[in-house]
Structure formats: C-alpha cells, structure tokens
Design a protein. Sequence first.
Length: 300
Amino acid sequence: MQSFSRHVMSFTIFAVMGLALSASLQAQVPAATVPADLPKPGAPAGKIASIEGPADTTTIDIRNGQALTTAAAGDTIYVGDHILTPSTLSVSVTLADESEVVIGPDSDFMVKQTGTELEPTTHLQMLYGMLHAVVKKIYTDEHPFLVETPTSVMGVRGTEFVVELDKATGDSTVHTLEGSVAMARSRSDFRNPANYAEVSAGNMTAMKKGMALPPPAKPFQRQALFQRLSQRAPHFTKHIEARRVLRQQHPQQKRPPQTQAPRATVRATPHAPRQPNAAKKSSPKAPAKKKRAAKRKDRR
C-alpha cells in the first residue's frame, strides 16, 4: 500500500513538472507579429491626379507606418498614407469627395479621415510644406473639411485656399482665395466663435507656435501671393494653374446623393449569373405552338 502511494506521488510530481516546463517553453516562443515594414493602409482616400516636376520623374514616395513605397499618376492613396514630395516636385490629388489638393515641394501630407455617409467629414494633415485646395461645397459646420498642422486646425466648407507651414518654426499661414476658412488652435475651439479667426476671401492670417488664438485676418493681394510662391516653388504655382485650366475645360458634373451604399456588387457567396429576361421568351416550345396554330388554320 505504501509502495502504491509512493508511485502515485511520484507520478503527480512529474506531471506538475511537465506542465511547468511546457508553460515555460510556450512563454519563450515569440508571438506572431506583422512585419513593421509592411504598409497598413486604411480606406481609399483618393487618387494621384498628376505629378509636376522634371520630365523624367513619374513617381512620388508614399510612407505608411515604416513602409516606404512609390506611386504614380492614377494610383490610389489610402487613409494613413503620407505623400512625401522632394524640393523639385509637386503632386495633385483628387480626393474621394472630388475635392482637389495640390501638394507643394518639400511637403509631408496625409489623409487622416475620408468622408463617409455616416461621418461626412474629411480630415487632412500637413506636417510641413504647402498646399493649395479647392474644396467641394458639400461640407457644413457639423461635418467640415479639416486641415490640421502641428500648430493649428482649419475648418472649411466650400473654399479655395493656400496653406503654408514652415518646417523650422511650425508657423501656419492661410490665404483664402474663395469662400472662408476658420482657423483655430484645435478642433474643439470651433465651438466658441471667440476662439477662432474667420478668414474670408482675399484675407489671410497666421498661427505661430504657442499662440492661443490667431490674429484677426487682414487683406492680401492675390497677384503678390502667387509671385512670391512662384519664386519659392515654380513647379507648385505652375501646377495650380494647370489644374485650374483643366477644371474649366472639364467641369465636374454633380453626382446625385446616395441614400445608401450600393449592394449590387456585394454577394455573400458566389453564384452563376442570371440569364437576361429576353432569353426566357425564346423557349424551345415556341416553334411547336406556331405549328399547331398553322394546322388549325388549314383545317378551317
């Protein structure tokens, strides 16, 4: 009896040791991870419309996470993609809502959010550089078109404007060409009119690091603005003008609003396509019916 008890005790000890060793080995095996150099794109945000620069340049750099890829005109960009332009290039992007952005040289631009039916807000981010935007007139105060920089946020409805962001100082400057832009330190400041500056067409203002509120807007001369920009970045102003001419030659037609997402292309399981209705009319029995009708006519 004592020998049997000792055997049972020995078996229990070995079993416990085995479980402990197994748990230790499992803890040492690293969990499967997604490589950091793979892109992690979000929803489609728009397409590269054109690239302006040296004749032999056809692509731009795209950074998503730690992954660096290239894109050409016609390629899709996604939420989370950083469009990186060198000092010799500018690129135009047609967003999902058909608004258009021209990104200047030496810029870092990203789409943080693209508008959907449930949340019709578009949110862009500029870490440095310059951009020119022509925004579709579909946005409201509740669901605006936002441009965020490290020192400011701009809320837009239907507007044409230019944003410049100094890479060294972080100062943000906005020139409104058409419509109006609200500029504040953060998005929450738009709830109180006292916390933001309204910049109407023909006016500009700037937000410096550490400011709680941008100064009141003041007028500017459009020609002087573009002369200064052309000296700083000739490809940028040339690109803006080319896109303006293209919009005038090929105006975009208004699309009817969609009350719900189309379902025709979404299927739970694949199945054979249905035959058109016309095929049902030409059944094999049709000739037999004609013969019987002819026989009845002959009998008469």
